[in-house]
Each structure stands twice: as C-alpha cells, then as structure tokens.
Design a protein around this ligand. Structure first.
Ligand SMILES: Cc1cc2nc3c(=O)[nH]c(=O)nc-3n(C[C@H](O)[C@H](O)[C@H](O)COP(=O)(O)OP(=O)(O)OC[C@H]3O[C@@H](n4cnc5c(N)ncnc54)[C@H](O)[C@@H]3O)c2cc1C
Length: 409
C-alpha cells in the first residue's frame, strides 16, 4: 500500500479508537487522522453513568488507550476539532477552524447526541444531560452540594444515574412517561424487578408521569408534572435517548435513514466512505433485520470490519448484539435482541432475589437473554445465539433442568 494514502476518521470515541488501531494492526501504511470534537482522548463512555459518576474512577482510568499508544501507532489525534462538511468530489473534509484535509478513505464514527426534552426550562442552570465527560464533570460538581435530584427518563442510563446518585446519598426520584420503566427495552417482569430494587435502595419511581416544564424557584428547581404534586429538586438530569449524528453524511448525499446506511463491510453508499458504531443503520443477518445499535461491542466490531475491508481482508459484519447495565449490586448482561418476543421464561428468583435470567422467545425461536447477576446464563445464551442453537422454553422453565440440557431436542 502506498504510504501517501490517507484515512480520516470523524469522531473520536469507541468506534474510532478501534478502527484506527485495527487499521495499523492490519498493515495500513498510510496516514491515519482521527478528528474528534471532544477535547479528550477516546474514553469508555459506559462508566459515565456508573463508576465515573459515582467517583470510583477518574478520567485517566476510563481512557480506551493511553496517548502513547496512538503515537506509537502513528495515529494523529486532532481533538477539540469539529468537522463541518464533507466534499466527496474532491475527497476532502472541512473543519470548523477552516482547515481542509484530503482523504482516500473516510470513516464516519460520529455516534449519537442526546435527545433534548421539548419542555420549557430544560436549558436552566442545574438541569443536565449525560453524554460526555464534560456533562458528568458538571453533574459531579453539583452533586457535592445537592441533596435532591429528579431524573427524567427511566431507561438504562436514567436508572444507572439514579443508582449512582443514590449511592452518594442524594434523595432521587425517577420520572418515567411510559406505564413502566425500561418499557422500550425489556419485558414487564424485568421492569417490575428493577422498580422493586430501586425502591429497596431508596429511589422513588414515578411511572406514567411526564415532566411538562422545569421552573427555577428560590431554593432550586421545580419539575411540573401531570400528576397532582410537582417535584422540587436541587438538580434535574434528563436521559430520554439519543439521535444519530447523520447530518454530515446526509449533506454529503450519502444514503441515510435512522443512521447512516452501510453494507455488511460497513461501507456507505460511497465505496470510499465507511461508517461504524452508534451512527450506523446496518443489517444483522442473525435476526434478518436492519438495526441501529447503541452498544460498545457493536462499535468495536464494526471498527474491525472497516479496517479489514480497507486493508483488503474483507470480513463481513455479523455479530450478535450484546449489552450490559450496572445498577447498585446488579450486573445485567443482555445477549441478542428481544424485539418481537411473545414469551419469556424466567430462571431464578426474580420476585425476591437479585439473581435470575429472562429468556425471550418468539414462537419456538430463542431470541435473547437478560441475565441479572447470572453470568452463566448470559454466556450460555450468548453462545447458543451465536451458534444458532435453539433452546427449549419448556425445559428452561424447569428449574431442575441444567442449562446445557435445555437445548431444543
Ligand atoms: C452514559 C452512557 C452509558 C452507556 N452505557 C453503556 C453500557 O453499559 N454498555 C454499552 O454497550 N453501551 C453503553 N453506552 C453506549 C455506548 O457508549 C455507545 O454505544 C458508544 O459510545 C458508541 O461509540 P461510537 O464511537 O459509535 O460513538 P460515540 O461514543 O457517540 O462518539 C462519537 C464521537 O464523535 C464526535 N463527533 C460527532 N460529530 C462530530 C463532528 N462533526 N466532528 C468531530 N467529532 C464529532 C462526538 O462528539 C463523539 O465524541 C452508554 C452510553 C452512555 C452515554
């Protein structure tokens, strides 16, 4: 490969960190420039609502790689720099500072940004969102003096944030607009379980309650809700989901829907432009469907897929989606996609305990497992899904049947 060839990666997070290093490992000899608008080296985003927020980890401890490893691989990191346009005819990108940079291959890893809550007062002081280190540093500063917090949004990030603040002694209320927390992502049994644990840990959970405004008061903030009482709080944190950063790609004429469309090699509709991570709308052969995933393993796997294709060692992307969430002493591990399930089999004591697994089925087909403090169930489910081994719901429902014997005869 000629040394003069250049790769530019836009966005400097999980997908970029993996793609850049994988390119070097795969023998790419040209230049690699990573351009990210955050002024920090790529860091692990999941701890933001967990160990980093609760003060158990400092920023140096959540970096994906130390600065030296990018330097050693001759990867140029342009941090605190925003790309504002892509010119596909001249194969250049434009930065906010007016710099024009040429690429031979361009990789889009711009991820996603927070969805704003469309109510009056969401921009007030002491109202926060949580997507990057700057957000969390501001939250941590407020936590030093705050006594009460309202979290708007009962998804994983909202609940992780609630757990982290509760552990630091704040009185925390979670508002969920839907009838149950985690409604979009999990079965009712799991929502009930998480509600119980949060209540046991002292978090107040209000379901079916929306915030219609946030007001500044003499003592702090007031969250106006549809229910009879409004909620006073020292701080409010909003976690109601994210939006993929597709605008640069759309303006450059690439095919874009709920994410930048890519093929099995993570190539966009322009063969010299790739995309990886939260920003992609991609096909998953295991589920025969197009999806957009917000998960670190996906960003990492797609990064490897891009590097393999650019260095002429194509390997199509076909990974099993998996995720995790940590709240209090609960380690949730999820393998597969439960979308469209019509039956759930629970193994373990979900009613009173804190360790169990929920196996999701559609008809006879095993789709996914949610395992709480149950790593063996997670691994068993993950391996079964990856290998295409179907499980038998009736055998799984029998607590006496050991896992390895629960496969469909
Ligand atoms: C609080 C929190 C907790 C999470 N917990 C988990 C978890 O437990 N498990 C899990 O699997 N996943 C978790 N996730 C999701 C996970 O962090 C994402 O899936 C992952 O960060 C995706 O990586 P990415 O590289 O695709 O994009 P991102 O991490 O979104 O990074 C994209 C980067 O590109 C930058 N950028 C965007 N546009 C431009 C531009 N024009 N110019 C320059 N730079 C630009 C952005 O600022 C950002 O730094 C969590 C996310 C959050 C926020």
């Amino acid at each position: 490969m000629p040394k003069s060839k250049s790769v530019i990666i836009i966005g400097a997070s999980h997908a970029a960190a993996q793609t850049s290093v994988s390119l070097r490992q795969a023998g790419w000899e040209g230049t690699i420039t990573v351009i990210g608008d955050e002024a920090v080296l790529p860091y692990h985003r999941p701890p933001l609502s967990k160990d980093f927020l609760s003060g158990q980890k400092a920023i140096d401890e959540i970096l994906i790689r130390p600065a030296e490893s990018y330097a050693a691989a001759n990867i140029e990191m342009k941090l605190g720099v925003r790309v504002t346009a892509i010119d596909r005819t001249n194969k250049t990108v434009q930065t906010e500072a007016g710099e024009t940079l040429h690429y031979d291959k361009l990789i889009l890893t711009m991820g996603a940004r927070i969805r704003r809550l469309p109510v009056p007062g969401e921009g007030l002081e002491n109202v926060y969102y949580l997507r990057d280190t700057a957000d969390v540093l501001a939250i941590k500063k407020k936590v030093e003096t705050a006594k009460t917090a309202v979290i708007i949004g009962g998804g994983y990030i909202g609940l992780e944030t609630a757990a982290s603040l509760r552990k630091q002694g704040l009185a925390v209320t979670v508002l969920e607009a839907m009838p149950r927390i985690l409604q979009r992502v999990t079965a009712p049994q799991l929502s009930t379980f998480y509600k119980r644990v949060h209540i046991e840990e002292g978090v107040k959970i209000l379901e079916n309650v929306s915030a219609s405004a946030i007001q500044k008061t003499e003592t702090g903030l007031n969250v106006v809700t549809g229910c009879e009482q409004n909620l006073a709080a020292d701080m409010v944190i909003i976690g109601i989901g994210v939006i993929p950063n597709v605008e640069l790609a759309a303006e450059a004429g690439l095919t874009v829907g709920n994410g930048i469309e890519v093929n099995e090699f993570c190539q966009t509709s322009d063969p010299d432009i790739y995309a990886a991570g939260d920003v992609t709308w991609h096909y998953n052969g295991l589920y025969d469907t197009h999806i957009r995933l917000e998960s670190v393993p996906n960003a990492t796997e797609q990064g490897k897929t891009v590097a393999a294709h650019i260095t002429s060692k194509p390997k199509s992307y076909n990974s099993l989606p998996w995720f995790w969430s940590d709240q209090f002493d609960l380690k949730l591990q999820i393998a597969g996609l439960s979308t469209g399930y019509d039956a759930v089999v629970i193994r373990g004591n979900i009613e009173q305990g804190r360790s169990f697994a929920a196996y999701y089925f559609k008809g006879d087909r095993f789709l996914a497992v949610d395992a709480v403090n149950a790593p063996r169930d997670f691994m068993f489910g993950k391996i079964s899904l990856t290998k295409g081994v179907n499980l038998d719901p009736a055998l799984l429902a029998d607590a006496e049947c050991v896992l390895k014997n629960c496969v469909m005869p």
